[in-house]
Design a protein around this ligand. Structure first.
Ligand code: SF4
Length: 434
C-alpha cells in the first residue's frame, strides 16, 4: 500500500512521488483531477492530462539567473535595478500579466506605487465580452451548470480542442451528471468552428453533432439570420455561402426544443472582423430564448491567467483591466490603456512584461527599455535590460487561479522543488524599493 497524505502518494518501488487531484494552470478550465509524478527527470503527467497540460508540466525548464543587460546578477541587484528603472520612468507599462491571483495582487501594488498602466496580453479577447456585459448585460452559465443541465450545446467560432482541450470530455460528456433528466445524449451544433473540429466532439453523452461550416467573418451574418428566424421576423441578408435555409431552420428547431441550451465560445478564438458583434448577437439570442425555455452563454477564456488578472484588478481598483495608476488614482479606459496600441503609438517609456506560465507569451517587439519577469526559456526577440526568472504557479509553488467562468478559484499546488523565486516575492521586493 502506498503511503498517502494530502493527495501525495509515494511509491517506494518506483521512487516517484505521485501528486493526485492536481489543478492544471495551462488553460482556463483548470481541471483539478490530474495526477503528476515527480521523478528525477522532471514532472510527468500520468493521468487525466491533455497534450497542452503535458507540454506545460513536462517542459524542461532551464535553470536561469537574473540578468542585467544580458549579464548574470544577484537577485537582489536585479530587483534593485528594476526598481531604479521603474522609479525613473514617467509612464511605465506593465503588460503580459500571466500570473495567478497572488501574483496579480503583488503586481497591482507595484503598479499603484510606480504610477503604471496595467494590461493583460489577452485583454483584446476579454473586451469582446466586456463590452457586451457593460452595455446590455447577459445570461451566463457555469461549467458545472452546463455539465449537469445542458441538453444542447452550440459552439461558435472556436475549435475548443485547441484552446480548452478537455471541454468535451469533462463538460459536454462527463462520466457523471447530477440530474437524470440530462443524463442522456446531448446535441452539439458547431458554427464556423473550422475543418476537423467536429471530429474532436466525441464522448458517450454526445449525440447528434451538426457541423455548420462557414467562414469566420460570416459568423455574425449567420447568427443574425438565426436570431431573425427564432423571432419569426424576416432577415434582410441571406445566410452565408454553404449554409442553407433548411440548415438554419434545423438549428432554430433544436433551440426551441432544448430544455437548457448553452451557446459556447472562446473569445480569443474570435479574431475576425465583427467578432464583438458575434458576441452581442449570441447574447441577444440567449435573452430571446429565455422567454420560452432556458438558455445561457458560456465564455471559455481564462488562459494565461486572464480571468485572475481581470478579477483581481476589478476587486482592487474597481475597474476591469486596462487601468492606469499614473494620476495617483486608478483610471479606466479600454482604448487609451491598451498597451499594444500605446507601444505602437510611442506612448510609455518603460515596458515591464510578466509571463510565468508558458514560454510562448514573450513581450512584443519594442524599442522601449524592457524588464522581463518570467518563466525561464521565455521567447525574447532581444535581450531585456533586466530579466528576472520566476517559478510557475501550480508547478514550482502554490497559488490560486480564477476559472474561466469566474465563479470559483482553484487552489494550485507546488509539485516540484522550484529553483526560481516566486513572482509575488520579486514584485514585493521591487515595490518595497520604490
Ligand atoms: S484542458 Fe486545460 S486545464 Fe484541463 S488539463 Fe488540459 S490544459 Fe489543463
Amino acid at each position: 500500500m502506498p503511503n498517502q497524505q494530502h493527495g501525495i502518494v509515494a511509491h517506494a518501488e518506483t521512487e516517484k512521488l505521485n501528486h493526485e487531484c492536481v489543478a492544471c494552470p495551462f488553460c482556463g478550465l483548470h481541471c483539478d483531477d490530474l495526477t503528476i509524478a515527480t521523478t528525477g527527470a522532471g514532472l510527468i503527467v500520468t493521468a487525466n492530462g491533455c497534450d497542452r497540460a503535458k507540454a506545460g508540466f513536462e517542459r524542461n525548464v532551464p535553470c536561469a539567473s537574473p540578468q542585467i543587460g544580458g549579464q548574470d546578477a544577484p537577485l537582489e541587484t536585479a530587483i534593485g535595478e528594476a526598481a531604479r528603472r521603474l522609479k525613473a520612468s514617467r509612464l511605465p507599462l506593465i503588460g503580459g500579466l500571466g500570473t495567478d491571483v497572488e501574483g496579480m495582487r503583488a503586481l497591482l501594488a507595484m503598479a499603484d506605487k510606480a504610477g503604471a498602466v496595467v494590461d493583460h496580453v489577452l485583454s483584446t479577447a476579454l473586451y469582446r465580452n466586456t463590452g457586451v456585459l457593460q452595455t446590455k448585460g447577459w445570461f451566463m452559465s457555469t461549467l458545472t451548470e452546463t455539465r449537469n443541465r445542458a441538453d444542447l450545446l452550440i459552439v461558435v467560432g472556436s475549435d475548443l480542442s485547441k484552446e480548452h482541450p478537455r471541454f468535451y470530455e469533462r463538460i459536454a460528456s462527463p462520466a457523471d451528471v447530477m440530474f437524470e433528466s440530462t443524463s442522456g445524449q446531448r446535441t452539439v451544433v458547431l458554427i464556423g468552428c473550422g475543418a476537423g473540429a467536429a471530429t474532436k466532439v466525441t464522448g458517450e453523452r454526445i449525440g447528434k453533432v451538426l457541423d455548420v461550416a462557414c467562414e469566420p467573418a460570416d459568423i455574425p451574418v449567420l447568427l443574425g439570420a438565426l436570431r431573425a428566424l427564432l423571432k419569426g421576423v424576416p432577415h434582410a441578408a441571406p445566410p452565408p455561402a454553404g449554409v442553407s435555409e433548411a440548415m438554419l431552420a434545423e438549428i432554430a428547431e433544436l433551440c426551441r426544443k432544448a430544455s437548457y441550451g448553452v451557446v459556447v465560445w472562446a473569445p480569443q478564438a474570435l479574431s475576425f472582423p465583427g467578432a464583438d458583434l458575434a458576441v452581442q448577437i449570441i447574447s441577444d439570442i440567449v435573452r430571446d430564448m429565455n422567454k420560452t425555455t432556458r438558455f445561457a452563454g458560456l465564455s471559455l477564456g481564462g488562459n494565461d491567467g486572464v480571468a485572475s488578472a481581470a478579477s483581481v484588478c476589478s476587486w482592487q481598483s474597481g475597474y476591469p483591466l486596462r487601468v492606469s495608476f499614473a494620476s495617483g488614482a486608478p483610471e479606466y479606459d479600454p482604448y487609451r490603456f491598451d498597451i499594444a496600441r500605446m507601444l505602437a503609438e510611442g506612448e510609455g517609456d518603460l515596458l515591464v512584461w510578466v509571463s510565468t506560465f508558458t514560454p510562448d507569451a514573450g513581450p512584443p517587439a519594442t524599442d522601449l527599455p524592457t524588464i522581463v519577469i518570467g518563466t525561464p526559456g521565455l521567447a525574447l526577440s532581444r535581450t531585456p535590460d533586466v530579466f528576472i526568472p520566476v517559478g510557475t504557479p501550480g508547478l514550482d509553488h502554490g497559488g490560486r487561479l480564477v476559472r474561466c467562468d469566474g465563479v470559483v478559484s482553484l487552489p494550485l499546488r507546488g509539485v516540484r522543488a522550484g529553483q526560481h523565486p516566486r513572482l509575488i516575492d520579486v514584485a514585493a521586493g521591487i515595490e518595497a524599493a520604490l
